[in-house]
Design a protein around this ligand. Sequence first.
Ligand SMILES: Cc1cc2nc3c(=O)[nH]c(=O)nc-3n(C[C@H](O)[C@H](O)[C@H](O)COP(=O)(O)OP(=O)(O)OC[C@H]3O[C@@H](n4cnc5c(N)ncnc54)[C@H](O)[C@@H]3O)c2cc1C
Length: 403
Amino acid sequence: MVVVGAGPAGASLALLLARRGLPVELIDASGRGGRPFRGEGLMPSGLAALAAMGLQPLPPAVAQRPLAAWSFFLDGQLLFEAAEPMGSPVPCTLIDQDTMLRELLGQAGRLAGFRFHEGQAATDLLERDGRIAGVRLADGTALEADLVVACDGRESLLRRKAELPLESAPSPLDVLWFRLEAPGSEGLVQWLAGRFVTVVGAAGSYALFHSARGGVQLGWAIEPGGASQAPTPASPGAWLQLWALDAPEPLARLLRALAEAAVQGPVRLPVRVGLCPRWQRPGLLLLGDAAHPMSPLRAQGINMALRDALVAARQLAPALLAGDPAATDQAAAAITAARLPEIRRIQQLQQEEAHRADLLRRRHRLRSLLARTARWSGPLLERRWRATQRQLRNGVEAITTDP
Ligand SMILES: Cc1cc2nc3c(=O)[nH]c(=O)nc-3n(C[C@H](O)[C@H](O)[C@H](O)COP(=O)(O)OP(=O)(O)OC[C@H]3O[C@@H](n4cnc5c(N)ncnc54)[C@H](O)[C@@H]3O)c2cc1C
């Protein structure tokens, strides 16, 4: 079989199927460089999937750090702080995604049937008698396969080639990403104390956390399409001043004192949200963001991709080992049916949270009322927020471990 895309969905699926003794060709267009901005948040739902794959704990070479709490500031005032693990069996954990993927690929590389085509793009699907029969690579190679699993991310070329429609959902935000590097960001790291901090105020809104890769990662929310609520600053120094405007006092001071050279970015990563009602055609299956592009809000995409891969490996392995195309297609249909309800629910919860955040960004009076009354409105809002987080943290479907 061929798996296209070595992100969380493709790398974990390839490893799981290679472990079952299946020949797996994994193709990824990107080279070894790694990406400067990758998701880092693993929820208990994703950690449970990793555990079921036999990948917990991840080796120490994969930088990882449990989150201490989620803190929300409105107009410089602390609204509430929810300490991890918030009733879950394990806390949300930040991981260096690049090294986690390298670990999965390293484990797969030690298995006999696994081959990795790194730095090779799949450019087309091969089709025979109405069935997808493999992929064409950028160098012209035709790779035949009994099944192609497209894990090629939110802009999936193979989804488009297969004409599997994506129902796009509007996203109220895009994000500009920054890294605040050491030396210089140590004070910020100390102030964060392992928390994921969200700041909303008149100048705009942003979230920041101590990255598992070191330094601080900061995401600044902008309108979809690129407009910022405030004029976009032209220099790192102006960004630091802008963030300081709505920050609580110790954070504002630390931001103003930060050297411009410590600021990397912005990198704009457009948020795309959508869902394919059908994930498969004979000979082809979509998984991860290719089937359901996820918003970065409340760290869901990696987790859902890992959970897709776990379900897919369990359903596909018997049919692929038997070399039975009809059973393989039936398994692919069963995977879609098994995963759609959780994805629908999680995207709905993300959308609701995005709209609440958007409301706070836009409604100045509501924000300042909540900030002024934080002593009693904070605990009320915290209770409501915690209730909305249960499924976002733990997933909707229970994960079982293979016997
Ligand atoms: C900035 C940012 C922050 C995020 N933060 C979080 C977070 O904290 N927690 C979380 O859970 N989610 C987060 N997400 C979402 C998460 O990153 C994605 O949902 C997740 O990576 C999807 O995994 P995937 O394997 O489906 O796709 P991807 O991770 O997108 O991997 C797709 C792979 O396919 C390869 N590819 C693409 N096209 C081709 C082709 N034609 N041929 C060969 N290879 C190809 C790409 O090189 C890539 O390696 C974030 C997203 C962004 C953009």
